[in-house]
Design a protein around this ligand. Structure first.
Ligand SMILES: [Ca+2]
Ligand SMILES: [Ca+2]
Length: 683
């Protein structure tokens, strides 16, 4: 891929952007809940009968306003104005209402929705006058200058005009028709996707247990987790089923549900794991962090009765529930909460993010390895705020809005550099998406700051914010509208990707990478391009579902992306992909060692074991002589017949080395390697 060599052409980028910028924005109602399908069809705002923000009752209230406005008009104006009045009133039912009324960015609902200039200038002034005089408070009405259409249209402008009416609707229709997937057109410098699991209902979690089994655990937002074996075959009985206890809905974009899972670092010995999910009902919502244990009779099932609740937090609104759980390299459990919800963190004088007596908008760090069974956890002694009055001692860092996906850097496999850093994607309000590296005691700025920008003028110049930690990177809402944090790639398969923090955007489907320039103390961001059919073939494709829900990592450090084409828990469009670099543009050595009955593992000094079907190894060996551009060196004690049950052994001496001659990646070698999913690559 281009990330390391920077060879994406501008033209290609332009094509990608042209494709992506047409995708849908972020649906959200005025109550900050996701839109829904009303139980009964609407009578006035029929446009939103299938998907919107109004119930039949709300629609009826709008109908009353509508009738009143029409009554105030002379007969001949009624026909002219009817459609416009309806259009404007009905935007309260739009699935984008919180954006259309600028509530998402300013926390104040504008009296009228954002109208696109072209449409606004076409509305006769008598209609505007009637609308304003009937529905708008007289003091506000003055500022809207109904007498002057130009000023009026100016006054309906909203912060993000991507959402203005009616263009947002055409965008949405457009995207619903064609934006089922993102199809790449790039070359070998781009990325491909190996589709591994389909038919998932909003997959939010992909984790491994770190126990040497190379199993993959995939959690779906509605509350079920399944085990997948290293070849991605699924064990049908769920690993964990919380679907009856969980709070979520089928509303597209609902942020509640099964949100996080982490295995204890000593899971292999103690069978302990931790989950983060929503409970309650729409009026009393909470997040819960619980511990479970593996069932004694089946290593592929959780003992459902073993649940021990560690923490429950009240969630004042349906959105911004955080959800990441992970273990740091210090052995402590970290949880990442959201600010509670609505828009602009309106909770209290300083918002939840800056309020240290609340656990919302925080990074929490707790010790679950303690001998006292009477408490669910204890506070690590070196937590930064221990002993301070009115401060929750669980807090490790604060000022986060809604971290959606954080991860621990495994560190460079040789030097260990970077090990233990925690990266987070923190979802922005109306303007900036950001990436943070979490430090102990750090204040990440929200709601005083959004990205680098002052958001709350009363707060951002106060002494408490003077030393807040800015993001390592931001991108604006012209690029994407909701970040999904990823992983620092430290895997074996794709040397070009190493040292890159790979992440994405939920709404535009763009995938990015950040590379550190340690000398300059800077992070360089790139859009990752997607390969076309010529590049992505032979089991991989340059195609993926556009709504990026999450990323995951397997035991070997390979990266996975979880996405869907319609983010509802009732829609079975969720897919898990492995990220594949088709070029692997480096001198390549393959070290293969055989192992267990069903699978083989690859290992070397650099990388951990990777599993793959054993027959693929034979394939490599049978093809080797046909690739004249490849030098094959057979290790001195290669033994084709070695079959060992149990753990892979790296000291068997059963090593085949394949070295590419020359410095460019011949397509045939790429293809050869694609056939063989197992190897370890060294420079
Ligand atoms: Ca919430
Ligand atoms: Ca921040």
């Amino acid at each position: 891929m281009s990330l390391a060599c920077g060879s994406i052409s501008l033209a290609l980028l332009a094509v990608i952007f042209a494709l992506l910028m047409t995708v849908n924005g972020h649906p959200q109602c005025l109550d900050f809940m996701p839109p829904f399908e009303p139980a009964e069809p609407l009578s006035l705002c029929q446009e939103y009968s299938k998907f919107g923000c109004c119930t039949r009752e709300q629609d009826y209230e709008l109908r009353k306003q509508f009738d009143e406005i029409l009554r105030s008009l002379p007969q001949n104006s009624r026909t002219v104005c009817e459609k416009h009045v309806m259009n404007i009133l009905c935007q309260e039912c739009s699935p984008y209402a919180s954006h259309l009324y600028d509530l998402e960015t300013t926390q104040v609902k504008k009296p009228l929705p954002g109208l696109c200039p072209k449409y606004c200038s076409s509305i006769p002034s008598e209609c505007i006058n009637a609308l304003l005089s009937t529905t708008i408070d007289p003091s506000v009405r003055k500022t809207l200058s109904p007498s002057d259409p130009k000023t009026f249209c100016e006054s309906t402008k909203i912060t993000d005009m991507d959402y203005c009416y009616p263009d947002i609707i055409t965008n949405e229709k457009f995207s619903n028709d064609i934006q089922k997937s993102i199809q790449g057109t790039g070359g070998a410098e781009c990325l491909c996707f190996k589709q591994l699991v389909v038919g998932l209902r909003n997959p939010t979690v992909l984790v491994h247990a770190g126990d040497g089994t190379h199993r993959i655990f995939i959690g779906e937002q509605y509350g079920k987790v399944h085990v997948y074996l290293p070849d991605f075959s699924k064990i049908d009985t769920p690993f964990l089923d919380l679907s009856k206890n969980i709070l979520t809905s089928t509303r597209r974009g609902d942020e509640r549900g099964f949100l996080g899972m982490a295995f204890h670092p000593d899971f292999k010995q103690n069978g302990r794991l931790f989950v983060y999910y929503s409970i309650g009902d729409d009026k009393h919502q909470k997040i819960r962090i619980s511990e479970f244990r593996i069932a004694s009779h089946d290593p592929n099932q959780v003992d459902r009765a073993s649940e021990k609740v560690l923490l429950e937090l009240d969630e004042p609104a349906g959105n911004h529930n955080g959800g990441q759980l992970l273990f740091g390299t210090d052995g402590y459990l970290y949880a990442f909460t959201g600010d509670g919800g609505k828009a602009g963190d309106p909770w209290g004088k300083r918002g939840n993010g800056q309020n240290l007596s609340s656990l919302l908008g925080k990074v929490i760090r707790i010790d679950i390895n303690h001998p006292d069974d009477s408490v669910p956890y204890v506070i690590p002694r070196d937590n930064p705020f221990v002993g301070q009055p009115n401060v929750r001692p669980e807090i490790y860092a604060y000022g986060q809005r809604n971290s959606w996906r954080c991860s621990v850097d495994r560190g460079d496999p040789v030097t260990g550099e970077g090990r233990g850093r925690i990266f987070c994607g923190d979802v922005g309000q109306g303007k900036w998406e950001e990436v943070d590296i979490i430090k102990k005691g750090g204040n990440y700025g929200w709601r005083a700051f959004e990205g680098f920008e002052c958001f709350d003028k009363k707060l951002c110049n106060t002494p408490e914010l003077a030393n807040h930690i800015p993001p390592i990177h931001v991108y604006s809402h012209s690029v994407g509208k909701s970040i999904t944090g990823g992983y620092m790639y430290r895997g074996c398969l794709y040397p070009n990707m190493r040292g890159q923090y790979i992440y994405g955007d939920f709404w535009t489907g763009l995938i990015f990478s950040l590379t550190e320039d340690a000398k300059k103390g800077a992070w360089n961001n790139k859009v990752i391009c997607v390969g076309g059919d010529d590049t992505c073939n032979n089991g991989v494709r340059g195609l993926y579902a556009p709504n990026i829900l999450s990323f995951g990592e397997d035991e070997a450090g390979e990266l996975y992306m979880l996405s869907t084409d319609y983010a509802s828990t009732s829609h079975e469009g969720g897919v898990v992909y492995r990220l594949v670099d088709p070029s692997r543009n480096a001198q390549v050595w393959l070290h293969i060692s055989f192992c267990s009955c069903a699978s083989c593992y690859v290992s070397s000094g650099l990388c951990e074991d990777i599993s793959c079907p054993a027959e693929k190894v034979r394939l490599l060996q049978s093809q080797k002589s046909r690739n004249d551009k490849t030098v094959i060196e057979q290790g001195p004690s290669l033994n084709h017949d070695t079959t060992l049950c149990g753990r892979p052994k790296t000291d068997l001496g059963t090593v085949t080395s394949v070295r590419r001659a020359g410095t460019h990646a011949p397509a045939r070698l790429s293809r050869l390697i694609l056939n063989v999913t197992i190897y370890t690559v060294q420079f």
